[in-house]
Design a binder for this molecule. Structure first.
Ligand SMILES: C[S@@+](CC[C@H](N)C(=O)[O-])C[C@H]1O[C@@H](n2cnc3c(N)ncnc32)[C@H](O)[C@@H]1O
Length: 276
């Protein structure tokens, strides 16, 4: 297994952006919006960095029984789109944690723009060693994080530690479903060394070992295939989009990921488990 410090460094270097807030503000301007007029919905095309974007997020959260009293943590929150969606839709308090400091900085700024800073907070750090107390969250979720994490056992052990007894963990990750290699780059890594795809069996075993009992597994491959088919037909990308986060070779990263999906090598899954 790779040295976790080196691995963290290469992961955050992959995502790091030199001037992310300005890039988002410039794209918003081209769409006739500003930081004073922008809404969470306007930001959804750039801040939901996972297969299916905001459509997938809405579906993912529906299975959770979130209320204004649910204390939630978003593991690998990116620039905070799902955390803001969760806070705005369900009234919850959300803590987002991410390794990439330019993402965390952008997450804080964007959250201020849409007036949610009292409800959503962000911490910079690794999900493998969270600087938060044990047994304090009702719900932990992660969206497209696991592909960057080799040590799934530690990932779920740490998630279980910070959850209250009977707390829920929800996962929306890209899993390996078939043989064959992806072409690189893909959105989560420039090369094979940064990709840690695992099968549903590996996830289930690691969750179980961490004391997290799997209750629901949804293979979302058909949804994702439909989503990217539709996207291919609409070839007029807007200024505000995930290409801002992906930077170099954004189109190739998406094309390689979609090939993996259509060749049945990978598929996004929703997994819901409860702490024993
Ligand atoms: C593909 S992005 C998904 C971001 C967000 N969850 C979303 O769906 O919009 C993966 C994110 O995981 C973060 N990440 C990767 N490894 C991490 C780690 N060990 N600890 C915290 N964040 C990590 C990256 O910095 C990146 O923001």
């Amino acid at each position: 297994m790779e040295n976790p410090v080196n691995s963290d460094k290469s992961i955050s270097q992959h995502y790091q952006h030199p001037d992310l807030v300005r890039a988002i503000a410039d794209a918003l301007k081209l769409q006739g919006k500003s930081k004073e007029t922008v809404s969470t919905r306007d930001l959804a095309s750039v801040d939901e960095f996972h297969m299916g974007g905001p459509v997938a997020t809405e579906h993912f959260f529906k299975a959770l029984e979130l209320t204004a009293n649910t204390k939630v943590i978003d593991l690998g929150c990116g620039i905070g789109g799902s955390a803001r969606f969760c806070a705005q839709s369900y009234g919850c308090y959300v803590t987002g944690v991410d390794l990439t400091d330019s993402y965390v900085q952008a997450a804080r700024v964007l959250t201020g723009w849409v007036g949610l800073s009292n409800q959503v907070k962000f911490l910079q750090g690794s999900v493998l060693s969270l600087g938060v107390e044990s047994d304090q969250f009702d719900c932990a979720y992660m969206m497209h994080l696991g592909m960057n994490i080799e040590d799934k056992a530690q990932l779920f052990k740490e998630a279980a530690r910070i959850l209250k007894p009977k707390g829920t963990i929800a996962i929306y990750d890209i899993l390996r479903v078939g043989q064959g290699e992806l072409s690189y780059p893909v959105p989560w890594t420039t090369d094979n060394a940064g990709s840690h795809l695992a099968t549903i069996d590996v996830y289930q075993q690691a969750l179980d070992k961490a004391g997290l009992e799997v209750e629901i597994v949804n293979n979302r491959q058909d949804f994702a295939k439909g989503f990217y088919n539709k996207m291919a037909q609409n070839n007029q990308p807007k200024p505000l989009g995930l290409h801002i986060l992906m930077q170099q070779n954004a189109a190739t990263k998406i094309a390689n990921m979609v090939s993996g999906l259509t060749e049945n090598i990978i598929a996004p899954f929703e997994i819901y488990a409860r702490k024993r």
